[in-house]
Design a protein around this ligand. Structure first.
Ligand code: SF4
Ligand code: FES
Length: 250
């Protein structure tokens, strides 16, 4: 198929940036979106032009690096997939595709389609860990019984890959879905109980410091999340936060 691409180009963090138009020919419907961008970059290099900078690593929907806003949707028009899992069969010959970076004050654009998601790292560092000693032999799997429904909930929350689509999609640039997934993941497990109170207080405090907006329950984050993280976890985080705030005043 032949396509017109409108791609956000920005030299560096200070540059104002803008959309550039490119024509690309003979794209296979079986190729992935990132392979199509690879084709564009080969074309640009052959023409002596600067290739488009975009983030990617695993290309398997695991690392959360590929953060593109495609035709006005985080990770593009498909559901439950990251940008690297998006296939060109979702588009048709003659289409015009708009490709932009994720937009949020807390995710400043570094170059072209690459944003700095260090704010997510700092939230994780504020409490997304456990202090259990893991040295020595691996424990028996049944040495620390965990009820199946709790283990399932923890696993559901743990599927968050920190891609930031929830932030990019939210009209308030709220990071609540991401932080809720990280807080909830540990709250269901015995290993997460030691820092349970400090974790939620510190992660929420860091989230606010980073300049993310407030949640107004639009639910857009859940719709665009490639891992199907549920809004239920936001309710869980609010309850964790309330419990920790009340206890910390005693
Ligand atoms: S909650 Fe979903 S959209 Fe947000 S960072 Fe995690 S995986 Fe990405
Ligand atoms: S490149 Fe790793 S999730 Fe897309």
């Amino acid at each position: 198929m032949n396509l017109t691409l409108k791609v956000w180009r920005q030299k560096d963090a200070k540059d104002k940036g803008g959309l550039e138009t490119y024509q690309i020919k003979d794209v296979s419907e079986h190729s992935s979106f990132l392979e199509m961008l690879d084709m564009l970059n080969e074309q640009l290099i052959n023409e002596g032009k600067e290739p488009v900078a975009f983030d990617h690593d695993c290309r398997e929907g695991i690392c959360g690096m590929c953060s593109l806003y495609i035709n006005g949707e985080a990770h593009g028009p498909d559901r439950g997939v990251t940008t690297c899992q998006l296939h060109m069969r979702m588009f048709k010959d003659g289409d015009t595709i708009f490709i932009e970076p994720f937009r949020s004050k807390a995710f400043p654009v570094l170059k072209d389609l690459i944003v700095d998601r260090g704010s997510f790292e700092r939230i994780q560092q504020a409490g997304g860990f456990i202090s259990v000693n893991t040295s020595g032999n691996t424990q028996d799997a049944n040495g620390l019984p965990i009820a199946k429904p709790m283990a399932d909930k923890a696993m559901d929350a743990a599927t968050c890959i920190g891609c930031g689509a929830c932030v990019a999609t939210c009209k308030n640039s709220s990071a609540m879905l991401f932080v809720a997934a990280k807080v909830s993941q540990y709250s269901y497990l015995p290993q997460g109980q030691v820092e349970r109170k400090e974790r939620v207080l510190n992660m929420v405090e860091q989230m606010d410091k980073e300049g993310f907006g407030n949640c107004t329950n639009t639910g857009a984050c859940e719709v665009e999340c490639p891992k199907g993280i549920s809004l239920e976890f936001i309710a869980r985080m609010n309850s964790e936060y309330l419990g920790a705030s009340v206890k910390s005043e005693n």
